[in-house]
Write a protein that binds this ligand. Sequence first.
Ligand SMILES: C[S@@+](CC[C@H](N)C(=O)[O-])C[C@H]1O[C@@H](n2cnc3c(N)ncnc32)[C@H](O)[C@@H]1O
Length: 298
Amino acid sequence: MSSSTIPITESELKLLQTLIYQECGMFFDDRRTHFLMDRLQRRLRLCQLASFYDYYRLLTSREGRQELSALLEHLTVNETSFFRNRPQLDLFQKTVLEEMLHRKQARRDWNLRIWSAGCSTGQEPFTLAMMVADALAYYYLRNPLPFEMPSPKPLIPPPWKVDILASDINYSVLRAGQEGIYTEHHMEAVDYTYRLRYFDRVGEGRYAIKPAVKELVHFDFHNLKTEFLPQRNDFIFCRNVMIYFDEAEQKRLIHKFWRCLNPEGYLFVGHAESLFGLTDKFKMMHLNNGTAYSRLED
Ligand SMILES: C[S@@+](CC[C@H](N)C(=O)[O-])C[C@H]1O[C@@H](n2cnc3c(N)ncnc32)[C@H](O)[C@@H]1O
């Protein structure tokens, strides 16, 4: 197969950009056109088509659904890491979660629901699972409940229940998250005590998330562009995802997150992202370099 570059006209590029935007919200501005063109060239060659117009016709046909998801997978940036943005995670664990547990206990609501939207290969939801498990153990020590503790002691003290939904548009990263096996390189930010308590060594330089942590996290496909997204969350983490959307799409997504959060819920966005100027439905909270947004009532 030839690896020569197939020419693309301006209108073909526009058609493809619009299709991608409509499908998943990703917007390729001038700075990212080069990346888009490179990925499109590769897919076109793989499909053995002669022109980008043919490729566009394939993508918009019923037979092309699979190729469309393959293309979207190749356009997503999946960079992630354990304990990414530590100041924000500290704000979550030490302040916001603690307050939430008190409020929930007062009304005897023992369910905690967290959504990692755009979870990539799972480091974010598993980081949250480990941090919540630690926070709940510490909280339980100070606020014991008259429930019998089963033996062996479970990771989450009863009657508390933790459910972490990890979603993405990319099936390959979801599969990797479900597997939950990481290399030494991935483990860079995971300190010794976390490694010891929450990972099993499964080979030279390979670490598997322990089953009890894995049980807290459910991986599922969700495209953030769609209207119907998972409801009744106490916390939504959507970090380093909106950065690839344009302003109109960011506004729509923030509004959807508002609807997907419980009253008094919180939204966490990436270090380089902000809700400033995009909504009046959230209130910013900033502490020790960490930022969170609390949901305001209508
Ligand atoms: C850079 S990663 C961020 C991972 C993690 N949240 C973090 O901050 O480390 C962005 C993820 O968002 C996903 N994504 C992009 N567009 C999406 C969409 N429309 N719906 C769901 N996930 C999307 C990508 O597949 C990718 O895995």
